[in-house]
Design a protein around this ligand. Structure first.
Ligand SMILES: O=P(O)(O)OC[C@H]1O[C@](O)(CO)[C@@H](O)[C@@H]1O
Length: 545
């Protein structure tokens, strides 16, 4: 048993959360519920009133946060303490969006000047590509960027670029390649002109198989189009913390944008990993994105837990995961530009908090990170929302919507908003048997059928959701939104006493994948592994069933 599950507050939450009335009743009891359970910060507005909480629940959740010494842990992260204890690293993605006047120490040195230098290098490069001053090998300006990377070195640039589509420079396009499946890169390259294409290779470690293979294939393609080795520097740049490896690989030293060990892959879009974003939206907008995140950093580090947006969201997730048995959390974006955000938050949360041992190596005896999934509304309403409403799993939901659309058109946005709010209402209130019977009483159904159909129309309700609003999706509000979820993830990790910043779980698969690759290429058939793995490798070697 861990001390966490033995604590008085934990036990009080167990008892309390099983005794709380239905949310319908909670709303009926307290007309001020919305005012009391909503908070605004950094251009975002959070309505968390449709959750299974009352004042007592919140009090207990905030006590749990205080007992976890959350405020000390936040300070330690912002101060650059080595909180990633298994990799002996500081965790300083927040420094990437700090003010140039700040002093932030990592490993005994102030890291702000090198962050600023890298931003200046990015600004120069972005300016020259956007203005057309940067020329390809035949003297033409760049029209297409191919961003090659995977994990955080892919999802950050891709999802943020997609979200900020209205801010793209006219005449520039971007394509994202992550998967080692050749189809991905081949399909992208089919429609590109080598003379006007710029490849941005993003890999913090510069050792990720998929990214190295895709970059080599991109280079082969580039040379096969008629370009020479001497032209590579005009068309290939790299972002990495391993400058030595990148140089050895053949990247021109002046085309390498640095990042650092103290930036985790899934927290790296704020570094030069964000270069494809900056190339598309320009440096001013990129800085606005950083500024939005910085505003959220300030809010997170300076606001009491009771009004602290990331803390509130994190503690609600702790409530459902640890006291109501929820094993999943759904992110529903009511904005087409934000359609990729669930995938981004999926890596952020699941790679961070998918852990089973505490910082000191003890096994946890409580649930940690849930399965994060989601999609864009209203599409999901005609698909998986059925399970949210009537399925047997409890899946708390976050609804995210800007109040103003970048594409105001007729009644579209009113319909979108009404669906968004209607869903949260339906999840919360549900429909009782009597209500279903009453609805059916005037229908043309056979009277004998009505009780059965009414039973199928019952929705238990009491399904929790948060609604997150912003005026408009801008670089600043997007920066704040992403930082909100980063900090939410951090708080959950702090409660669970896990290391949210390593990812050892992905290593074994990589290691065994390399071993299998050797066996695929070996002279003899595979015989040394388990019967399934041997047979699959040998089938693959035969190339047919
Ligand atoms: O940027 P890199 O070093 O190529 O790593 C890519 C991704 O791989 C991971 O390390 C997991 O395999 C992620 O954390 C990271 O975002």
């Amino acid at each position: 048993m861990t001390t966490l599950t033995q604590s008085t507050t934990w036990k009080a939450l167990q008892t309390h959360s099983s005794q709380l009335p239905h949310m319908r009743e909670l709303f009926a009891q307290n007309p001020q519920r919305f005012e009391q359970m909503s908070v605004a910060a950094c251009g975002l507005f959070l309505d968390y009133s449709k959750n299974r909480v009352n004042d007592e629940t919140l009090k207990l959740l905030f006590s749990l946060a205080k007992e976890a010494k959350l405020s000390d842990k936040i300070t330690a992260m912002f101060n650059g303490d080595v909180i990633n204890n298994t990799e002996q690293r500081s965790v300083l993605h927040t420094a990437l969006r700090s003010k140039s006047t700040q002093t932030i120490m990592a490993e005994g040195a102030n890291i702000v000047p090198e962050i600023q230098q890298t931003l200046a290098k990015m600004a120069k490069f972005v300016g020259s590509v956007q203005s057309g001053e940067w020329k390809g090998y035949t003297g033409k300006a760049i029209t297409d960027i191919v961003s090659i990377g995977i994990g955080g070195s892919f999802l950050g640039p891709k999802i943020v670029s997609q979200a900020l589509r209205p801010y793209w420079q006219e005449g520039l396009n971007c394509h994202f390649v992550a998967n080692v499946d050749a189809t991905s890169i081949c399909e992208k390259l089919k429609n590109l002109n080598a003379e006007t294409t710029l490849f941005v290779m993003s890999s913090k470690s510069f050792s990720t198989q998929e990214t190295l293979t895709n970059t080599l294939s991109a280079k082969d393609w580039f040379l096969a189009q008629g370009a020479g080795q001497q032209d590579v520097a005009k068309h290939f740049v790299a972002v990495t913390s391993n400058v030595t490896k990148a140089t050895e690989f053949g990247m021109d030293a002046s085309n390498i944008f640095p990042m650092w060990d103290w930036v985790g892959g899934r927290y790296s879009l704020w570094s030069a990993i964000g270069l494809p974003i900056a190339l598309l939206i320009g440096m001013d907008n990129f800085k606005a994105l950083l500024d939005g995140a910085h505003q959220m950093d300030e809010h997170f580090s300076n606001t009491p837990v009771e009004q602290n947006m990331p803390v509130i969201m994190a503690m609600l997730s702790v409530l459902y995961g640890n006291f109501h048995g929820a094993q999943a959390h759904v992110i529903l974006t009511y904005d087409h530009y934000l359609r990729g955000l669930p995938a981004y938050f999926q890596q952020l949360d699941m790679e961070s908090n998918g852990k089973s041992v505490t910082l000191d190596g003890s096994d946890v005896d409580y649930s940690t990170g849930p399965v994060i999934w989601g999609g864009e509304g209203t599409n999901g309403q005609h698909a998986y929302h059925q399970l949210l409403h009537q399925g047997t799993s409890l899946i708390p939901a976050d609804f995210i919507m800007p109040l103003q659309s970048h594409n105001p058109l007729g009644e579209h946005h009113d319909q979108l908003a009404s669906n968004c709010f209607g869903q949260t209402q339906a999840l919360m209130q549900g429909r009782t048997y009597d209500e279903a019977l009453a609805e059916l009483s005037n229908s043309s159904l056979d009277a004998a059928q009505i009780p059965l159909i009414a039973k199928h129309k019952v929705m238990s309700g009491n399904k929790p959701s948060n609604t997150l609003l912003m005026n408009k999706l801008t670089p600043t509000t997007l920066g704040a939104l992403i930082a909100l979820y980063e900090h939410k993830t951090f708080v959950q990790g702090a409660i669970w006493q896990i290391n949210s910043f390593d990812q050892w779980g992905v290593e074994l698969g990589k290691q065994l994948g390399n071993d299998v690759l050797e066996r695929i290429g070996a002279k003899e058939e595979a015989t040394q592994l388990d019967s399934s793995s041997n047979a699959l490798i040998n089938l693959y070697r035969q190339g047919k069933l």
